[in-house]
Design a protein around this ligand. Sequence first.
Ligand SMILES: [Zn+2]
Length: 273
Amino acid sequence: MHAIKGLVKSAVPRGAYAALYSLFIRLRGLSSILYRGDAVECPFCGGRFTRFLAWGLKLPVIDEKRIIGAGFRENALCPRCRSFDRERLLYLYLRDQTRIFTASDKKIRLLHIAPEWHIQRVLSKRPGIDYTSADLSSPTAMVKLDVTAIQFADQSFDAVICNHVLEHIPDDRKAMSEIYRILKPGGFAILQVPIALALEKTVEDPSIDDPKKREELFGQDDHVRVYGKDYAERLRDVGFVVEAVNYAREIGDEAAKRYGLLRDETVFVGVRS
Ligand SMILES: [Zn+2]
């Protein structure tokens, strides 16, 4: 929302901006009333609805390669707070499967790269987390950071979250090894990317820079590859011990449906041993 606010702000006069903003707020209120119910529940805003809202592009490559975590999804957006399916998955996983919300002995030092808005809001408020958000260009992040040349010292973070970033980075192996380098032994990184379940091997071609061609081959016009089932291997190559957790299946179909999680989305956790 803040990024949208910034864009709108710079493009329209102040009065018009205020009118647009209040329209957005009213529409948001309207959709949360229209979809009021008890079939699904958003863990961020606590809202209960008949369904989540559909979102994403329908592209042939998404279906052909069975790319999970990209393209059109029926139950993507919360009608009230606009949380995405992948944010809800990450939040529930972090809350229920890691110690970052409960650690009380000392603060968890956490780096959140390309921060998702709802996750950032929750984590940055936790008293037990020493939170830093970082991005190459986003004005809402706390520091500017190039994931292939991270400015932080070796072994300086307990946890890193870097979701849906690596598929944009030409030298993703360098980014992976940088994340590994800044983790303390025993620390972990959440490294979500879109995965093509129909591909045994990752498809990439750095010479393709035409956005149309990229969208056709990789599923989005600024992606430089589409990862296949060998994604975990690539993480292992830089030293990570990889835990691939299908959290949506672990909590069962009923709960996964309630929180609007993608059934086939695996959480990739890279642990520095
Ligand atoms: Zn919500």
